[in-house]
Write a protein that binds this ligand. Structure first.
Ligand code: NAP
Length: 297
Protein backbone atom coordinates (compact mmCIF):
# COMPACT_ATOMS: atom_id res chain seq x y z
CA UNK A 1 0.00 0.00 0.00
CA UNK A 2 1.01 3.64 -0.30
CA UNK A 3 1.63 5.88 2.71
CA UNK A 4 3.09 9.30 3.44
CA UNK A 5 6.39 8.75 5.28
CA UNK A 6 8.46 11.26 7.23
CA UNK A 7 12.16 10.27 7.55
CA UNK A 8 13.33 13.56 9.09
CA UNK A 9 11.52 16.40 10.88
CA UNK A 10 11.19 19.66 8.96
CA UNK A 11 9.01 21.59 6.48
CA UNK A 12 6.05 20.17 4.53
CA UNK A 13 8.46 18.81 1.88
CA UNK A 14 9.72 16.06 4.28
CA UNK A 15 6.44 14.18 3.63
CA UNK A 16 6.93 11.65 0.78
CA UNK A 17 4.45 9.19 -0.72
CA UNK A 18 6.06 5.73 -0.57
CA UNK A 19 5.21 2.06 -1.10
CA UNK A 20 5.12 0.20 2.25
CA UNK A 21 4.03 -3.34 3.27
CA UNK A 22 0.31 -4.04 3.73
CA UNK A 23 -0.88 -4.21 7.35
CA UNK A 24 -2.32 -7.19 9.25
CA UNK A 25 -4.17 -6.88 12.56
CA UNK A 26 -2.92 -8.49 15.78
CA UNK A 27 -5.29 -9.54 18.59
CA UNK A 28 -7.68 -6.71 19.50
CA UNK A 29 -6.68 -4.71 16.41
CA UNK A 30 -8.43 -3.58 13.23
CA UNK A 31 -7.06 -2.68 9.77
CA UNK A 32 -9.07 0.09 8.09
CA UNK A 33 -9.06 0.62 4.33
CA UNK A 34 -8.72 4.41 4.31
CA UNK A 35 -10.98 6.35 1.93
CA UNK A 36 -10.32 9.86 3.32
CA UNK A 37 -7.84 11.46 5.72
CA UNK A 38 -8.45 14.52 7.95
CA UNK A 39 -5.69 17.15 8.07
CA UNK A 40 -5.29 18.86 11.48
CA UNK A 41 -2.96 21.72 12.46
CA UNK A 42 -1.35 19.40 15.05
CA UNK A 43 -0.11 17.13 12.21
CA UNK A 44 2.01 20.04 10.99
CA UNK A 45 3.34 20.87 14.50
CA UNK A 46 4.44 17.22 14.97
CA UNK A 47 6.12 17.19 11.54
CA UNK A 48 8.42 20.08 12.56
CA UNK A 49 9.91 18.04 15.42
CA UNK A 50 9.50 20.93 17.89
CA UNK A 51 6.17 19.72 19.37
CA UNK A 52 6.01 17.75 22.63
CA UNK A 53 4.74 14.68 20.72
CA UNK A 54 7.78 13.40 18.81
CA UNK A 55 7.21 10.04 17.08
CA UNK A 56 10.22 7.82 16.33
CA UNK A 57 11.37 8.24 12.72
CA UNK A 58 10.32 7.25 10.14
CA UNK A 59 6.60 7.72 10.77
CA UNK A 60 3.28 8.19 8.94
CA UNK A 61 1.41 11.36 10.06
CA UNK A 62 -2.25 11.76 10.90
CA UNK A 63 -4.83 10.94 13.57
CA UNK A 64 -8.07 11.18 11.61
CA UNK A 65 -9.45 8.99 8.82
CA UNK A 66 -12.59 7.26 7.59
CA UNK A 67 -13.06 4.16 5.48
CA UNK A 68 -14.19 0.55 5.73
CA UNK A 69 -12.97 -2.28 7.95
CA UNK A 70 -10.59 -4.45 5.91
CA UNK A 71 -9.61 -7.04 8.55
CA UNK A 72 -10.13 -7.64 12.27
CA UNK A 73 -7.81 -9.43 14.70
CA UNK A 74 -8.67 -12.12 17.22
CA UNK A 75 -11.22 -11.11 19.83
CA UNK A 76 -12.61 -8.07 17.96
CA UNK A 77 -16.41 -8.06 17.90
CA UNK A 78 -17.15 -4.30 18.04
CA UNK A 79 -16.88 -3.88 14.23
CA UNK A 80 -17.23 -6.18 11.22
CA UNK A 81 -15.32 -6.45 7.91
CA UNK A 82 -16.66 -3.92 5.33
CA UNK A 83 -18.40 -1.81 7.99
CA UNK A 84 -18.12 1.98 7.46
CA UNK A 85 -16.02 3.56 10.23
CA UNK A 86 -14.12 6.66 11.33
CA UNK A 87 -11.01 6.42 13.49
CA UNK A 88 -10.02 8.34 16.61
CA UNK A 89 -6.24 7.94 16.34
CA UNK A 90 -4.31 5.03 14.83
CA UNK A 91 -1.26 2.90 15.66
CA UNK A 92 0.30 3.23 12.19
CA UNK A 93 -0.66 6.78 11.00
CA UNK A 94 -3.65 7.99 9.00
CA UNK A 95 -2.01 9.49 5.85
CA UNK A 96 -2.07 6.10 4.10
CA UNK A 97 -4.21 3.67 2.16
CA UNK A 98 -4.49 1.43 5.24
CA UNK A 99 -4.44 2.21 8.98
CA UNK A 100 -3.84 -0.18 11.88
CA UNK A 101 -5.91 0.69 14.97
CA UNK A 102 -6.83 -0.68 18.37
CA UNK A 103 -10.48 -1.75 18.21
CA UNK A 104 -11.30 1.01 20.75
CA UNK A 105 -10.11 3.65 18.22
CA UNK A 106 -12.61 2.55 15.55
CA UNK A 107 -16.16 3.97 15.56
CA UNK A 108 -19.22 3.32 13.40
CA UNK A 109 -19.80 5.94 10.66
CA UNK A 110 -23.41 6.77 9.86
CA UNK A 111 -24.53 6.17 6.24
CA UNK A 112 -25.74 9.78 6.13
CA UNK A 113 -22.22 11.25 6.10
CA UNK A 114 -19.52 10.77 3.45
CA UNK A 115 -16.05 9.30 4.10
CA UNK A 116 -14.58 12.82 3.63
CA UNK A 117 -16.92 14.12 6.35
CA UNK A 118 -16.07 11.12 8.54
CA UNK A 119 -12.37 12.01 8.28
CA UNK A 120 -13.23 15.38 9.83
CA UNK A 121 -14.88 13.97 12.95
CA UNK A 122 -12.32 12.83 15.51
CA UNK A 123 -9.99 15.69 16.44
CA UNK A 124 -12.40 18.58 15.63
CA UNK A 125 -15.58 17.18 17.20
CA UNK A 126 -13.97 15.43 20.19
CA UNK A 127 -12.06 18.66 20.95
CA UNK A 128 -15.20 20.79 20.65
CA UNK A 129 -17.21 18.38 22.82
CA UNK A 130 -14.54 18.21 25.52
CA UNK A 131 -14.18 22.00 25.61
CA UNK A 132 -17.91 22.75 25.61
CA UNK A 133 -19.17 20.11 28.01
CA UNK A 134 -16.29 18.53 29.99
CA UNK A 135 -14.38 21.78 30.59
CA UNK A 136 -16.87 24.69 30.32
CA UNK A 137 -19.97 22.75 31.48
CA UNK A 138 -22.02 24.77 28.97
CA UNK A 139 -25.75 24.91 29.68
CA UNK A 140 -28.76 25.56 27.41
CA UNK A 141 -29.64 29.27 27.46
CA UNK A 142 -26.04 30.41 27.93
CA UNK A 143 -24.23 32.59 25.41
CA UNK A 144 -21.19 31.09 23.67
CA UNK A 145 -18.44 32.88 21.77
CA UNK A 146 -16.55 30.58 19.40
CA UNK A 147 -13.46 32.69 18.85
CA UNK A 148 -12.29 31.19 15.52
CA UNK A 149 -15.45 29.45 14.28
CA UNK A 150 -14.66 28.90 10.59
CA UNK A 151 -12.18 26.01 11.03
CA UNK A 152 -12.54 22.35 11.96
CA UNK A 153 -12.98 22.72 15.74
CA UNK A 154 -14.98 25.97 15.50
CA UNK A 155 -17.63 24.56 13.14
CA UNK A 156 -17.98 21.46 15.31
CA UNK A 157 -18.52 23.69 18.36
CA UNK A 158 -21.09 25.87 16.54
CA UNK A 159 -23.15 22.83 15.45
CA UNK A 160 -23.05 21.22 18.92
CA UNK A 161 -23.85 24.39 20.82
CA UNK A 162 -26.71 25.36 18.53
CA UNK A 163 -28.21 21.86 18.91
CA UNK A 164 -27.64 22.14 22.68
CA UNK A 165 -29.72 25.32 23.06
CA UNK A 166 -26.98 27.93 23.49
CA UNK A 167 -26.93 31.37 21.85
CA UNK A 168 -23.94 31.15 19.53
CA UNK A 169 -21.69 34.00 18.37
CA UNK A 170 -18.91 32.93 16.01
CA UNK A 171 -15.94 34.82 14.58
CA UNK A 172 -14.12 34.41 11.26
CA UNK A 173 -11.54 36.42 9.36
CA UNK A 174 -13.05 36.22 5.85
CA UNK A 175 -16.45 36.90 4.29
CA UNK A 176 -16.58 33.28 3.08
CA UNK A 177 -15.79 32.00 6.58
CA UNK A 178 -18.44 34.22 8.19
CA UNK A 179 -21.09 33.00 5.74
CA UNK A 180 -20.18 29.39 6.57
CA UNK A 181 -20.37 30.05 10.33
CA UNK A 182 -23.92 31.44 9.97
CA UNK A 183 -24.94 28.52 7.72
CA UNK A 184 -23.70 26.09 10.37
CA UNK A 185 -26.02 27.52 13.01
CA UNK A 186 -24.41 30.57 14.66
CA UNK A 187 -26.95 33.25 15.65
CA UNK A 188 -24.40 36.02 15.01
CA UNK A 189 -21.02 36.29 13.34
CA UNK A 190 -18.30 38.95 13.64
CA UNK A 191 -14.96 39.59 11.95
CA UNK A 192 -11.99 38.91 14.27
CA UNK A 193 -9.76 40.98 11.97
CA UNK A 194 -11.87 44.13 12.28
CA UNK A 195 -10.92 46.95 14.65
CA UNK A 196 -13.43 47.20 17.52
CA UNK A 197 -15.05 43.79 17.04
CA UNK A 198 -14.99 43.13 20.80
CA UNK A 199 -17.44 46.04 21.29
CA UNK A 200 -19.64 44.50 18.60
CA UNK A 201 -19.68 41.20 20.54
CA UNK A 202 -20.51 42.99 23.80
CA UNK A 203 -23.38 44.84 22.09
CA UNK A 204 -24.79 41.50 20.84
CA UNK A 205 -25.14 40.45 24.52
CA UNK A 206 -26.75 43.83 25.45
CA UNK A 207 -23.72 44.52 27.61
CA UNK A 208 -24.20 41.39 29.78
CA UNK A 209 -21.10 39.59 28.47
CA UNK A 210 -20.38 36.04 27.32
CA UNK A 211 -20.91 32.93 29.48
CA UNK A 212 -18.50 30.61 27.64
CA UNK A 213 -15.66 31.45 25.25
CA UNK A 214 -13.91 28.74 23.23
CA UNK A 215 -10.59 30.25 22.23
CA UNK A 216 -8.62 29.08 19.14
CA UNK A 217 -5.82 31.69 19.33
CA UNK A 218 -5.16 32.40 23.01
CA UNK A 219 -1.81 34.13 22.47
CA UNK A 220 -3.62 36.86 20.54
CA UNK A 221 -7.00 36.95 22.26
CA UNK A 222 -6.90 35.78 25.88
CA UNK A 223 -6.54 39.22 27.49
CA UNK A 224 -9.45 40.56 25.40
CA UNK A 225 -11.56 37.48 26.20
CA UNK A 226 -11.39 38.24 29.92
CA UNK A 227 -12.98 41.65 29.32
CA UNK A 228 -15.88 40.00 27.45
CA UNK A 229 -16.91 37.54 30.16
CA UNK A 230 -20.22 37.71 32.01
CA UNK A 231 -20.38 37.04 35.74
CA UNK A 232 -19.31 33.37 36.31
CA UNK A 233 -18.17 33.18 32.67
CA UNK A 234 -15.56 30.64 31.54
CA UNK A 235 -12.84 30.68 28.85
CA UNK A 236 -11.58 27.37 27.46
CA UNK A 237 -8.25 27.66 25.70
CA UNK A 238 -8.16 25.01 23.00
CA UNK A 239 -4.40 24.48 23.21
CA UNK A 240 -2.19 21.83 21.66
CA UNK A 241 -2.42 19.12 24.24
CA UNK A 242 -2.73 15.47 23.11
CA UNK A 243 -6.25 14.29 22.54
CA UNK A 244 -7.90 12.13 25.17
CA UNK A 245 -10.03 9.30 23.85
CA UNK A 246 -13.17 9.08 25.93
CA UNK A 247 -15.77 6.44 25.19
CA UNK A 248 -18.61 8.80 26.12
CA UNK A 249 -17.38 11.48 23.71
CA UNK A 250 -17.47 9.08 20.75
CA UNK A 251 -20.87 7.71 21.82
CA UNK A 252 -22.16 11.30 21.59
CA UNK A 253 -20.44 11.91 18.24
CA UNK A 254 -21.77 8.69 16.65
CA UNK A 255 -25.31 9.63 17.79
CA UNK A 256 -24.96 13.22 16.50
CA UNK A 257 -23.78 12.02 13.07
CA UNK A 258 -26.74 9.65 12.89
CA UNK A 259 -29.33 12.22 13.94
CA UNK A 260 -27.86 14.95 11.75
CA UNK A 261 -27.10 17.51 14.48
CA UNK A 262 -23.42 17.04 13.56
CA UNK A 263 -22.41 17.51 9.90
CA UNK A 264 -18.67 17.79 9.21
CA UNK A 265 -17.95 20.44 6.56
CA UNK A 266 -15.40 19.49 3.88
CA UNK A 267 -13.77 22.67 2.60
CA UNK A 268 -11.18 21.16 0.28
CA UNK A 269 -10.19 17.69 -0.98
CA UNK A 270 -6.69 16.87 -2.28
CA UNK A 271 -4.87 13.66 -3.33
CA UNK A 272 -2.80 11.97 -0.58
CA UNK A 273 0.41 12.83 -2.48
CA UNK A 274 -0.39 16.54 -1.92
CA UNK A 275 0.07 16.24 1.87
CA UNK A 276 2.82 18.96 1.77
CA UNK A 277 0.36 21.41 0.11
CA UNK A 278 -2.29 20.49 2.70
CA UNK A 279 0.11 21.28 5.58
CA UNK A 280 0.76 24.73 4.12
CA UNK A 281 -2.97 25.34 3.63
CA UNK A 282 -4.00 24.24 7.15
CA UNK A 283 -1.77 26.90 8.72
CA UNK A 284 -2.80 29.75 6.39
CA UNK A 285 -5.69 32.04 7.39
CA UNK A 286 -9.03 31.80 5.58
CA UNK A 287 -10.34 28.54 7.08
CA UNK A 288 -13.43 27.04 5.45
CA UNK A 289 -14.12 23.72 7.16
CA UNK A 290 -11.82 20.71 6.89
CA UNK A 291 -8.98 19.89 4.52
CA UNK A 292 -9.21 16.22 3.49
CA UNK A 293 -6.68 13.95 1.70
CA UNK A 294 -7.97 11.19 -0.59
CA UNK A 295 -5.83 8.04 -1.13
CA UNK A 296 -5.78 6.72 -4.71
CA UNK A 297 -7.04 3.18 -4.10
P1 NAP B 1 -8.29 25.38 11.51
O1 NAP B 1 -9.32 24.52 10.86
O2 NAP B 1 -7.02 25.68 10.81
O3 NAP B 1 -9.00 26.78 11.94
C1 NAP B 1 -8.30 27.81 12.59
C2 NAP B 1 -9.31 28.80 13.13
O4 NAP B 1 -8.63 29.86 13.85
C3 NAP B 1 -10.10 29.47 12.01
O5 NAP B 1 -11.45 29.56 12.40
C4 NAP B 1 -9.44 30.84 11.93
O6 NAP B 1 -10.30 31.83 11.37
C5 NAP B 1 -9.22 31.09 13.42
N1 NAP B 1 -8.41 32.29 13.66
C6 NAP B 1 -7.43 32.84 12.90
N2 NAP B 1 -7.04 34.01 13.42
C7 NAP B 1 -7.81 34.23 14.53
C8 NAP B 1 -7.91 35.28 15.49
N3 NAP B 1 -7.13 36.36 15.44
N4 NAP B 1 -8.82 35.16 16.49
C9 NAP B 1 -9.63 34.07 16.57
N5 NAP B 1 -9.57 33.05 15.70
C10 NAP B 1 -8.67 33.13 14.69
O7 NAP B 1 -7.86 24.75 12.93
P2 NAP B 1 -8.72 23.86 13.95
O8 NAP B 1 -8.55 22.43 13.61
O9 NAP B 1 -10.09 24.44 14.05
O10 NAP B 1 -7.92 24.16 15.31
C11 NAP B 1 -7.94 25.46 15.91
C12 NAP B 1 -6.80 25.57 16.96
O11 NAP B 1 -7.04 24.66 18.04
C13 NAP B 1 -5.42 25.22 16.38
O12 NAP B 1 -4.47 26.06 16.95
C14 NAP B 1 -5.20 23.79 16.83
O13 NAP B 1 -3.84 23.48 16.95
C15 NAP B 1 -5.91 23.78 18.19
N6 NAP B 1 -6.42 22.44 18.53
C16 NAP B 1 -6.18 21.90 19.76
C17 NAP B 1 -6.67 20.62 20.09
C18 NAP B 1 -6.49 20.00 21.44
O14 NAP B 1 -6.57 18.77 21.56
N7 NAP B 1 -6.34 20.76 22.45
C19 NAP B 1 -7.35 19.91 19.15
C20 NAP B 1 -7.60 20.47 17.90
C21 NAP B 1 -7.13 21.75 17.61
P3 NAP B 1 -10.01 32.52 9.90
O15 NAP B 1 -9.18 31.57 9.09
O16 NAP B 1 -11.41 32.70 9.36
O17 NAP B 1 -9.32 33.82 10.21
Amino acid sequence: MKAIRVHEFGGPEVMKLEEVPDLTPGPGQVVVSVKAVGVNPVDSYIRTGTYYLKPPLPYTPGMDAAGTVEAVGEGVDSVKVQERVYVGGTLSGAYAEQALCNASQVHRLSERVSFAQGAGVNVPYATAYRALYNRAHAQPGETLLVHGASGGVGIAAVQMARAGGLTVIGTAGTERGRKLVLEQGAHHVVDHRKEGYAEEIMALTNGRGIDVILEMLANVNLARDLTLLALRGRVVVIGNRGSIELVSIHAALVAGLESGTLNPVVGREMPLADAPLAHRAVIEPGAHGKIILIPAR
